[in-house]
Design a protein around this ligand. Structure first.
Ligand code: FE2
Ligand code: FE2
Length: 282
């Protein structure tokens, strides 16, 4: 299948529609939480940020949908916009049901430079999801919350995985539509957007740290999460979870490759390092 061909477009759009899951956030099987689990859920310092990010995602994707003229792409992107808005609704339902302290921050205006915003958002999702896969696995293994809760979040994780697969295919398709040269520059364009996404992520982390100074992700809550935590293990989890989740997708589709490749290189270097650092046997 030639990347950028009508066949490519039809395949990634069809796949996106075929893997859609129908659900309503307020009728999901939200579990009753005991006091300890409720305290852990409430102690997570990033719910406000997640709530804002999902609402902003819905607004950006909806604005971008309006500018798309190709009917096949438009229909698929509209579905993504619907799903992002539903993520925001899911987070809202959770915040209200469990009484989480997460304010609804006013949304920024997203009506200008819509295509750049959509690309920034897409590459940001690729980055967030790759790291999110690792966080999700560690949180689940440490039984930070009951498994019914993780089943609900799994719905969200699966949709984010579909979104990034859709996005990298759309990006390659859109770039190929601009011509042969543009197609060749795709890795450089992607790198540029990944660096922008990294910059924003660092900014968000800094803002979050300032905001949460005072409130605490208390030592006991964090220790449930961080027991035995090492950077290498985290990276291994991100990498293997990405692999596992991507395996479920049609082999004809492109998948995000920048971060998995970077992680693979870093992990090889870490393994080599620990091999060399081991003392010689006596
Ligand atoms: Fe989302
Ligand atoms: Fe998404």
């Amino acid at each position: 299948m030639k990347i950028g061909s009508p066949e490519h477009r039809d395949t990634f759009c069809r796949h996106f529609h075929d893997t859609y899951t129908d659900f309503e956030p307020d009728t999901l099987p939200w579990p009753e939480l005991d006091e300890a689990a409720l305290a852990r859920l409430k102690s997570v310092p990033f719910w406000e940020e997640v709530f804002y990010t999902e609402r902003r995602a819905g607004a950006i994707v909806a604005a971008f949908t309006e500018t798309v003229t190709d009917p096949v792409l438009k229909k698929a992107i509209a579905l993504q916009g619907f799903e992002e808005a539903r993520h925001a609704k899911l987070i809202r339902v959770m915040i209200e049901k469990y009484g989480i302290d997460a304010a609804e921050r006013p949304l920024e205006d997203v009506s200008d430079n819509v295509e750049t915003r959509f690309k920034d958002f897409g590459f940001g999702e690729c980055m967030d999801s790759f790291l999110g896969f690792g966080v999700f696995k560690i949180a689940m293994q440490s039984q930070f919350l009951p498994k019914e809760m993780f089943q609900i979040f799994e719905t969200l994780m699966y949709e984010e995985t579909r979104h990034i697969v859709f996005f990298v295919n759309w990006m390659a398709y859109a770039q190929a539509q601009k011509g042969f040269l543009a197609r060749l520059t795709l890795p450089f364009v992607s790198f540029h957007y990944y660096m922008r996404a990294l910059g924003r992520m660092i900014g968000t982390a800094k803002r979050g740290k300032d905001l949460n100074d005072g409130k605490e992700f208390s030592a006991t809550q964090a220790s449930v999460f961080l027991d035995g935590f090492t950077f290498r293990r985290f990276l291994e989890d991100c990498y293997s979870e990405n692999h596992r989740r991507m395996d479920g997708f049609d082999s004809e589709l492109l998948r995000p490759s920048f971060l998995p490749q970077l992680a693979e290189t870093a992990l090889s270097a870490l393994r080599l390092w620990s091999f060399r650092a081991r003392p010689l046997p006596a």
